[in-house]
Design a protein around this ligand. Structure first.
Ligand SMILES: [Zn+2]
Length: 508
């Protein structure tokens, strides 16, 4: 009825708004997005949100799911993560270890994984955790790892905290055949890189595809439904393959590296532009260039010419920029390029931003660019990024984990860190920069989606957006701080398709 007048007595809901066969209505929920509680009911049609908070007349065979009062959030979106790299880690990853907070919970995570892994195979977790997160604040012993998975090799290595790498008895025996030295008493592995290489030496292409598929299932279980993926082209090929086979359950936005202007040209012409813009769809689509432009040195002389070529082709750019010195270097180049090209419209950003201040945020904002903060400091004691300052600046802002080599992938650990300022060990390391739970949720949904031009399509409960959502095990808004780290999804949807269920929803 846009622009028209309703006749007196016209029904509030006209025929076009009635639910169709095949529609799905979620009732009795607490739908919360970055703005607060949006509604208690939501209807999905053709993968998108058809109505929010309105009771629409249902077709006889329309499906209804009663959420039993549970809190629902938009699917979480990681604005910067080396996601596919974690998918190809060797062995069967027990990434649930990230959220183990005692030795017993560590053993439980390994034992749970062992139930779905053939005996004799390797259970691994490479990075994303360290032993300071356990109540005991110590490494597990070799016999504790044996007890958790007596019939499997175990190899786990921490990020930071001095944890190093550890193996159980069967793992040690395997490493011995590969010349990797393991302390017989403690299971401590002397050379983690050599251990990973040994595990990779028996890894098959099928293993990598399985690892990627299982990582997607793990992500969906945590309510994660989208990632802007930094990483190796070979790893991204696996997600691409799943997409072609209609098996991809997470929105994938790969970033491509570019060391030189020539590389930009080649990629823009050969890889990206066959269909006018990117090849792909809303499930798998190239985001643009990142995270290192002009080579691995963030302050390379190739940065500006390479970035300028990206601007000339109209592509999005994200640049790794940690220190204030790096921020200044990139802002200077951004300013120069902005005189010729509308880089704000291309949604350029600098990412990581461990200490960015108000002045620099203001400069970035004036350029129309975005600030993407990463939570890898959760693993350490140095604090940062300044979440409070970034949110208060009003700049387009999002958050990502940069996991899994340098941090945990689990979004609930990141949300815990952002809202409490407490690190992996529970120590207050980012005081003064805490943000509210709603602000953090916004950065992890619609805020993050800005960085791949997805904010109009996902990230909040608005009619017309995709039905990407997670029904939560606990109420994110009211649980005690410590419990945020234990939240997971009991029902996850991507584009209205159910990709994960648990508990009372398991039979859906
Ligand atoms: Zn990164």
């Amino acid at each position: 009825m846009a622009g028209g007048h309703l006749a007196a007595g016209a029904p509030e809901v006209h025929a076009a708004q009635a639910a169709n066969p095949g529609d799905l209505t979620l009732t009795n929920g607490k739908f919360v997005d970055g703005r607060g509680q949006a509604a208690t009911t939501l209807t999905v049609r053709n993968g998108r949100i058809f109505s929010v908070g309105k009771t629409v007349p249902l077709a006889p065979d329309a499906r209804t799911i009663d959420l039993g009062g549970r809190t629902v959030v938009p699917g979480l979106f990681d604005a910067h993560v080396h996601y596919t790299r974690a998918g190809v880690n060797p062995g069967y990853e027990a990434r649930r270890i990230e959220r183990a907070f005692s030795i017993a919970e560590l053993q439980e995570a390994i034992a749970e994984r062992a139930r779905s892994v053939p005996p004799g195979e390797s259970i691994t977790c490479i990075g994303g955790w360290n032993h300071t997160q356990f109540a005991e604040a110590r490494r597990p012993t070799k016999s504790e790892l044996d007890a958790a998975a007596p019939r499997h090799r175990v190899y786990i290595s921490g990020t930071g905290g001095g944890t190093g790498a550890l193996a159980n008895s069967l793992g040690s025996a395997f490493f011995a055949t590969k010349g990797v030295i393991v302390d017989p008493a403690t299971g401590a592995v002397a050379d983690a890189a050599a251990a990973v290489a040994a595990l990779q030496s028996i890894q098959t292409p099928e293993d990598k595809l399985r690892g990627t598929t299982e990582l997607n299932a793990h992500a969906n279980r945590l309510g994660l439904t989208g990632v802007i993926n930094g990483g190796n082209l070979a790893d991204q090929e696996l997600a691409f393959r799943l997409w072609r086979e209609d098996k991809l359950t997470i929105r994938m936005r790969p970033l491509f590296p570019a060391d030189s202007p020539q590389e930009v040209e080649t990629r823009a012409v050969n890889n990206f532009s066959q269909s006018g813009r990117a090849v792909g769809d809303d499930l798998f689509r190239v985001a643009g260039f990142g995270e290192r432009i002009g080579g691995t040195d963030p302050m390379s002389s190739q940065f500006e010419p390479t970035a300028r070529m990206i601007a000339r082709h109209g592509w999005l750019l994200q640049q790794h920029s940690i220190s204030l010195k790096e921020n200044d270097f990139h802002l200077e180049a951004f300013r120069s390029i902005a005189r010729e090209y509308p880089i704000g419209k291309m949604r350029w950003s600098i990412i990581h931003l461990q200490a960015i201040d108000e002045t620099r945020l203001e400069t970035l904002k004036d350029l129309g660019c975005g600030a993407s903060a990463q939570t890898w400091t959760y693993m350490g004691t140095a604090g940062g990024p300044p979440f409070r300052r970034i949110v208060d600046s009003g700049i387009p802002a999002g958050v990502g984990t940069d996991s899994t080599n340098v941090s945990a992938l689990d979004p609930w650990l990141a949300l815990f860190y952002m809202t409490t300022g407490r690190n992996v060990a529970g120590t207050l390391t980012n005081d003064g920069q805490q943000i509210t739970r709603l602000e953090a949720l916004r950065l992890y949904t619609e805020g993050a989606a800005w960085f791949s031009f997805d904010d109009h399509n996902i990230g909040s409960f608005v009619e017309g957006k995709y039905a990407d959502l997670a029904v939560l095990s606990h109420d994110y808004l009211t649980v005690p701080d410590q419990m945020i780290r234990k939240i997971e999804s009991v029902l996850t949807m991507v584009g209205g398709k159910i990709v994960h269920t648990a508990g009372s929803f398991a039979r859906l």
